[in-house]
Design a protein around this ligand. Sequence first.
Ligand SMILES: C[S@@+](CC[C@H](N)C(=O)[O-])C[C@H]1O[C@@H](n2cnc3c(N)ncnc32)[C@H](O)[C@@H]1O
Length: 224
Amino acid sequence: MDPVHPPLRTFGRIRSRAIKPRQAALMTTLLPTISVPEGPLDPRNLMPEASEVWLEIGFGGGEHMAALAARRPDVLILGAEPFLNGVASALRHIEAGGLNNVRLWTGDARDLMAAMPDASLGRLFILFPDPWPKARHVKRRLIQPAFAVEAARLMKPGGRVRFATDWAEYADQALVVFGRSPHFHWLARRADDWRRPPADHVATRYEEKRLGDCPPIWFEFEKL
Ligand SMILES: C[S@@+](CC[C@H](N)C(=O)[O-])C[C@H]1O[C@@H](n2cnc3c(N)ncnc32)[C@H](O)[C@@H]1O
């Protein structure tokens, strides 16, 4: 993907409220030990024994990412999130779960993706990305044709992208973007596949707020 993407704009602020003392301590002790370094990245160097590498973009408070990591200790879980209160919350989950297989990127996921080699990801999670519902802001959405090109480069054949939103028009956009890509195949076979959360899904904080204009919609795309 063109590394000169539009600058990151987040729906909320990069830091919205004071970080609790325990979380602030983890920002200086734990975070440096599990941060993804800047520059070209071969994720296998971060955890050589990992069976696969998965990425969650915009992990929010980190509860979903931590649940994934606890369930699959053999998988290296990369999480990208620029919102510092979310990073602080995720550190608490990582510490509480004694998780050794999570690495964090506290910036724009698109910069992390650009630093990664082809066919390095088994799964990609984009859960309730910033909706940017106003027409004039639609270009700020993460899911754009250039994003699908970059995701296709990074995914292994058979790898899966999970996308969820509770904004109907964003769901349409994601379906168009991934549907037009020759590299992805939508796995839905019946309506319940997009109307109901996947069996292995762990609810996220944003999902539970029900802020959108429709019930959550779930898409799973397979890399061909
Ligand atoms: C609406 S919140 C949802 C958070 C979480 N996935 C959930 O469901 O609770 C979207 C998150 O994506 C993050 N985000 C937005 N653009 C991003 C980007 N380019 N790279 C990484 N994270 C991003 C925001 O900071 C925000 O925390």
